[in-house]
Design a protein around this ligand. Sequence first.
Ligand code: ATR
Length: 285
Amino acid sequence: MDDSRETLGPNAFVTGFPIKHSRSPLIHGYWLKTLGLPGSYRAHEVAPDAFPDFIASLKDGSSDFIGGNVTIPHKELAFRLADKPDDLAHELGASNTLWLEDGLLHATNTDGRGFTANLDERHPGWDRHDTAVVFGAGGASRAIIQAVRDRGFKEIHVVNRTIERARELADRFGPRVRAHPVGALAEVMHGAGLFINTTSLGMDGEAAPSIDFAPLAADAVVTDIVYIPLKTPILRQAEEQGLSVVDGLGMLLHQAVPGFEKWFGKRPVVDAALRALIVADMEVH
Ligand code: ATR
């Protein structure tokens, strides 16, 4: 039964270098199984110098894949090599989701949709204020800045240790996005309704700086894209200071939804059992 499902249905991949720690096979495998759909989703490691050939094999049909996810370090090249990147991928210059359609390789980026869907699910009303603060200006912050802007926030303050990187993002994402040094954090947090940590601070039990969240609006939401640990030091501090917090695991789960729907034809649901499955896996590894 399992064998026929794997050989008969569409095959999708997640590629990166390295890729063995990816939880995407667990997520998509859960949906394939619970929805009873044929097909497979597997980790497929590709070294950087082999990535163009891998994309070529997708396009000419010599691979058995119909599409897949792309992660570090291939997201930029995936965007450049795709035939039809959508507007989101164009603006980001990076793509995490590929699929073949009418003989062409399409590309998008679903991280921003994952971010907003997670907040919609866990804290409806998170978007009621005009001002957001994005802490960090690395690769992971881009899709979030784009998503927060497209959701309608009027002022998005990007605060980063290296101010030049924040400025690059302000230039890329338009006049609603402003760049600031870390010293300006308290000032730009004043009255803001959303605070997002996109830095690696607090990851894997590392220490994080202490942050005074008092300047935020009383009903502000604090979220973190780091999800190991689930309750990061930044979230813990925010909660202790009386703010609502949303962890980053749901972003990982929700960003997977659009790709699954493209490859396997059915829109999957992020449910409590899926979340529990990934939480349990995080405890083992
Ligand atoms: P990614 O692409 O995964 O976001 P990254 O590009 O290395 O990773 O970015 C990590 C983010 O965490 C950056 O905003 C980085 O700040 P710099 O741009 O100044 O490097 C931030 N970061 C990492 N360690 C930090 C630290 N100790 N203090 C302040 N910011 C830090």
